[in-house]
Design a protein around this ligand. Structure first.
Ligand code: SAM
Ligand code: SF4
Length: 453
């Protein structure tokens, strides 16, 4: 699926596009017409300032048309930093010498409760790879512990490349999205970054989503760790991977994550010649938005508040908030911290991020209804492409935000948030939905929970 020579030739052919060529591509993109590989390559090489601004604007417009004001909220939960792999960029790699930690079920329950107290309903479960310490049974038990003991309603799982058999078990226990970053699609860089390890098998890693679909999982989340290889190569590969999945399974990525390489214990950013600049990073996100308009784009707290705010305006649809990347990182008291997987750049609390979004006119959404109502895989994509999803998601986002305000809001949030949800409810065009929504907001204020369309 990933042909290095082909992709490199497309990058070369796309260098130095003319003003007219870019205008034609922008026109196509703004009508949401599928772009060719060469067109995507050209967009990444566009150099005229006004045209670059236009790329950002169209990405923002597409995001607005498809997602409205909604921004989905989640948090990562690290349950073990045992790892048999030696990924050069990662603080958890086996050569890093520190006391390893894996949470027991009681501690996982405690973490879930802490996350619930922050208002989260959706998690990304993060686990290092260690067949001995954290076999699939441990992951399954942990998922069950979280679902049984908290109001967390969707657990997306970011575990190592797994077998069909293990993926079936994950599917059966009811995970949300199966997330796995390819890290880099460049086979040579992949081998260099993953020396002598289970993860070092490029093809096994690349074919993970084929196994996931075979196992019955319908929502898969791809991603690249930007900074390991040429970003243009990575973006084109992501798009080609998505096309491959769409063609073969009728459904591509549910989400794409765009983590950027950060400083971690035992590595120096100076050793990475492909680090992407802020401008390049913005181009990556906006071009991905134009190339795959319906795919969720996830941005983590690896990025600064300023970068996150700017990219939410131009394509990002999901953000993590209040994140900790150390094992057992969510607690009330200050405890001796376990090592972080990497450094974070946005350390604001969930409440601060939520308020910030509201003040900018966005609806922070704690909704998990689609997954629970079986709107996954191609059924979700069909709804998204027809625009019908907005009719469901917008009221659901407003209701879950109302829950958040009532359960976790401080004085400022109460005042700011409740006015905001009523204002937004008024903008719903479908009168039946609007009426039901306003009724439900009242019910939530009076104590009812978990209402959704
Ligand atoms: N261990 C599993 C794996 O590697 O697929 C689970 C996910 S790992 C805990 C989460 C992700 O963190 C990795 O896939 C990698 O892309 C990212 N990561 C590792 N080191 C990083 C760094 N220094 N900066 C930013 N992201 C990093
Ligand atoms: Fe282990 Fe994942 Fe870190 Fe690699 S990225 S060292 S597999 S935790």
């Amino acid at each position: 699926m990933i042909d290095k020579n082909y992709i490199n030739s497309i990058i070369k052919d796309g260098e130095n596009p003319t003003h007219e060529e870019i205008q034609i591509i922008l026109d196509k993109a703004s009508k949401r017409i599928k772009l060719s590989h060469l067109e995507i390559s050209m967009l990444m090489s566009a150099h005229e300032e006004t045209q670059v601004k236009e790329i950002y604007n169209i990405a923002g417009k597409i995001k607005q048309e498809i997602y409205g004001e909604r921004v989905v909220m989640f948090a990562p939960l690290y349950i073990s930093n045992y790892c048999v792999n030696n990924c050069k960029y990662c603080g958890f790699r086996r050569d890093n010498n520190f006391p390893r930690k894996k949470l027991n079920q009681e501690e996982i329950k405690e973490q879930a409760i802490q996350l619930e107290k922050l208002g989260h309903k959706r998690l990304a479960l993060e686990v290092g790879e260690s067949p001995k310490e954290t076999p699939i049974e441990y992951v399954l038990e942990s998922i069950k512990t979280i679902y049984d003991n908290s109001s967390i309603r969707r657990i997306n799982v970011n575990v190592a490349a797994a077998s069909v058999e293990d993926l079936k078990k994950l599917h059966d226990i009811g995970i949300g999205t199966y997330i796995l970053f390819q890290e880099t699609y460049d086979v040579d860089a992949f081998k260099e970054m993953h020396p002598a390890s289970i993860k070092g098998n490029y093809n096994y890693h690349l074919n993970s989503f084929d196994r996931a679909f075979e196992a019955g999982i319908e929502d898969v989340g791809g991603g690249v760790l930007f900074g390991l290889a040429d970003y243009k190569f990575e973006v084109l590969s992501l798009i080609i991977h998505n096309e491959y999945l769409e063609e073969k399974y009728g459904c591509g990525f549910h989400t794409i994550s765009v983590p950027r390489l950060k400083k971690a214990e035992g590595m120096s950013l100076e050793d990475y010649p492909h680090i992407v600049t802020d401008e390049e990073f913005k181009r990556i996100v906006t071009v991905v938005r134009l190339a795959v308009p319906y795919v969720g784009i996830i941005l983590s707290t690896r990025e600064t508040k300023e970068m996150r705010e700017e990219l939410i305006d131009h394509g990002v649809s999901q953000v993590s908030a209040g994140s900790k990347t150390d094992v057992g990182g969510y607690h009330d008291e200050i405890e001796e911290a376990a090592p972080d997987q990497f450094e974070l750049s946005d350390e604001r609390s969930v409440m601060e991020v939520t308020k910030g979004l509201i003040k900018s006119g966005y609806i922070p959404s704690y909704c998990t209804a689609c997954y629970r109502k079986g709107r996954t895989g191609d059924r979700f994509m069909k709804l998204a492409k027809s625009g019908e999803i907005g009719l469901i998601c917008e009221p659901n986002a407003i209701m879950t935000l109302t829950e958040y305000i009532m359960d976790y809001g401080d004085k400022e949030m109460m005042a700011l948030g409740l006015e905001f949800v009523y204002e937004h409810a008024e903008t719903i065009k479908n009168q039946t939905v609007k009426g039901k929504l306003k009724e439900n907001i009242k019910k939530i204020i009076n104590g009812e929970r978990d209402l959704f369309f």
